[in-house]
Design a binder for this molecule. Structure first.
Ligand code: SAH
Length: 366
């Protein structure tokens, strides 16, 4: 059993079962034993790999996207480029390098990184040591200063805690993490029915909600609605809210039971883009997309970028570039899943702002 498993068991024995989102927040964020607080989880030797770690093209295109977005927002004199959950800092490093094509944008920039993990904060400091712009770290979005801002969140919302409600014969009950007869962590259901949830569904259906994500998107969108700001959210998930559960635990690229070794496996859930869009429009902002990651990157010119890189590459490097491109934009690469279709891009702008690069007007016109 993991160290955190023992702490959780003791806490449940003392205080009773906990909600799934509480469990997830502790498993990922416990100050001493939380998954993200203790390690760098990326890459072949780690538990998973993300788009910026697959290829420099990803961060570069987002840097160009941010520069063009800034221009379309009226080129405010100062702009905060805010990244949520920057991982190893790879996306931001590649983005800032590509953004050098616009001196004006670079001169207007302050970078703010919102990160809770000390290990990854250090990795970001290393990766941005050469950056020619000011970089400030925050443990929460609350301390990011007001004013025009461009928010970037890649594979961030999937790490935010979710809550489950399960349909029983007499109504919806919240799923809780408790202890079984042997004292091991086990899922159970709350004894009280949630009378306010009225959704109709067969017994056994699961409703997966992320109140923390909704709240955070509301906060971001309220800032954006004030003007000259935008957000780009890229993650895996679905475009319509529905029943079903997507919580998964990954360790060394394999799925494991989320309760087996809390703090040792990554816990994520698919992002409900429709719910994020509702939160954003509810806060008075305009929503663009979601579009698939494949469509988004191809519209930004990733195929041309790959060709340009290949002109300077040897044969082996050229093969790697082609493979990275395929992983980022297609649905399947040989037997392995690609990110092109499952991953989506969503943008938030002030009401009436122009359509941003990579997105379409309603009706499909770029
Ligand atoms: N964007 C990066 C990393 C994705 S992993 C990439 O694409 O490679 C999720 C990131 O979010 C990690 O950096 C993790 O430490 C951070 N994180 C998780 N929960 C967080 C929270 N509540 N607040 C801030 N950062 C968080």
């Amino acid at each position: 059993m993991s160290a955190l498993g023992a702490i959780l068991r003791e806490s449940i024995a003392h205080d009773g079962p906990m909600a799934l989102d509480t469990f997830m927040a502790v498993a990922l964020g416990h100050s001493r034993h939380g998954y993200y607080m203790t390690r760098d989880p990326f890459g072949a030797a780690g538990d998973f790999i993300t788009a910026p770690e697959i290829s420099q093209m990803f961060g570069e295109l987002i840097g160009l996207w941010a520069a063009e977005t800034w221009r379309l927002l009226g080129a405010p004199e100062r702009v905060h480029l805010v990244e949520l959950g920057p991982g190893r800092g790879t996306l931001m490093r590649d983005a800032l390098r590509a953004a050098r094509v616009s001196n004006e944008f670079c001169a207007a920039l302050d970078v703010h990184l919102v990160e809770t993990s000390p290990v990854l904060t250090q990795a970001q400091k290393d990766s941005l040591a050469q950056a020619a712009v000011s970089v400030t770290w925050h443990t929460s979005i609350d301390s990011v200063p007001d004013g025009p801002a461009i928010f970037i969140a890649n594979e961030f919302f999937d790490a935010l805690p979710v809550r489950h409600y399960v349909k029983a014969s007499d109504g919806w009950r919240q799923r809780l993490v408790g202890l079984d007869a042997q004292g091991a962590l086990a899922f159970g259901l709350a004894s009280d029915v949630e009378v306010l949830i009225k959704a109709e569904a067969p017994v056994g259906s699961v409703l997966e909600l992320s109140p923390v994500s909704q709240l955070l998107m509301t906060q971001i969108a309220a800032r954006i609605a004030k003007g000259q700001s935008a957000a780009l959210v890229i993650d895996y998930g679905h475009v319509e809210t529905g029943f079903g559960e997507t919580l998964q635990a990954l360790k060394k690229h394999q799925r494991v039971n989320p309760l087996d070794e809390p703090g040792e496996a990554d816990l994520t859930a698919h992002v409900d883009f429709a719910a994020l869009a509702r939160a954003a429009s509810g806060a008075g902002a305009q929503v663009l997309g979601p579009v698939t990651q494949g469509e988004f990157l191809l519209r930004l010119g990733i195929a041309q970028r790959a060709e340009a890189l290949k002109r300077k590459a040897n044969e082996e490097q050229a093969r790697d570039i082609d493979l990275a491109l395929a992983r980022l934009v297609t649905e399947r690469v040989g037997q392995a899943p690609g990110m092109g279709r499952l991953f989506k891009a969503l943008a938030i702008t002030p009401p009436g702002a122009p359509i941003l690069p990579g997105f379409l007007r309603e009706g499909g016109q770029p």
